[in-house]
Design a protein around this ligand. Sequence first.
Ligand SMILES: Nc1ncnc2c1ncn2[C@@H]1O[C@H](COP(=O)(O)OP(=O)(O)OP(=O)(O)O)[C@@H](O)[C@H]1O
Ligand SMILES: [Mg+2]
Length: 204
Amino acid sequence: VAIGGFTDQLLNPQTDEQKRKRNLEIIRNEVRRLEEVLLKLPRYLKLEIKEPKPFLLPIIFRHLLASFETRVKVKNIRLQVDIPEGLPLVKCDAMYAEEAIRNLLDNALDATPPGGEITIRSFTENKEWLVVTIQDTGKGMSEDIKAKIFVPFFSTKDKGFGLGLFYVKRVMDACGGMIQVESEEGKGTFFKLYFRYQERGVGQ
Ligand SMILES: Nc1ncnc2c1ncn2[C@@H]1O[C@H](COP(=O)(O)OP(=O)(O)OP(=O)(O)O)[C@@H](O)[C@H]1O
Ligand SMILES: [Mg+2]
């Protein structure tokens, strides 16, 4: 819609030079966004985990925390991470799980105002699940919004694709896991990922 509308204005001979330049910049930015989503989509849709390769959580959190360091600092967010070293192996795929948790952290950072808090924890539950929780003190969600968050292309953000949580849900399904969410408007949001796990072997 944006590209179409701004192109029409460009084709109108009455549009002045300054407006043309601004329209071209908007069109270029929108094309970049389209490129981004088109590159993401096949990766997000093709997702298939034939044989899960169990991995340890600290490995993916090392990458994740490093990549969010600057945003956390700039926004003055208190980030608490409690991932004990002795946890068992996650029965999923490290690359997919990392991208899923990246999407949850990305949303938590978007939603949380400066000075807020994001807490990440992991623990085993009922000897059945290895749980990862991501909690923020952000703006939270209404019941209406919460009902739609896993629907592809649902977004309340200006620049959101609405693909992040759709992807997280797909990863959890592909790993035989589950996802739960609790949220309260004005208070914050709590995501809980349930992974299957496997005890460590000798030396792991
Ligand atoms: N932690 C959160 N706090 C408040 N709202 C959230 C949170 N996480 C998700 N949401 C809501 O769910 C919607 C869908 O999230 P999702 O990650 O799927 O898409 P997005 O962040 O809008 O875009 P993107 O594809 O770039 O991730 C968001 O637009 C937002 O309204
Ligand atoms: Mg998102």
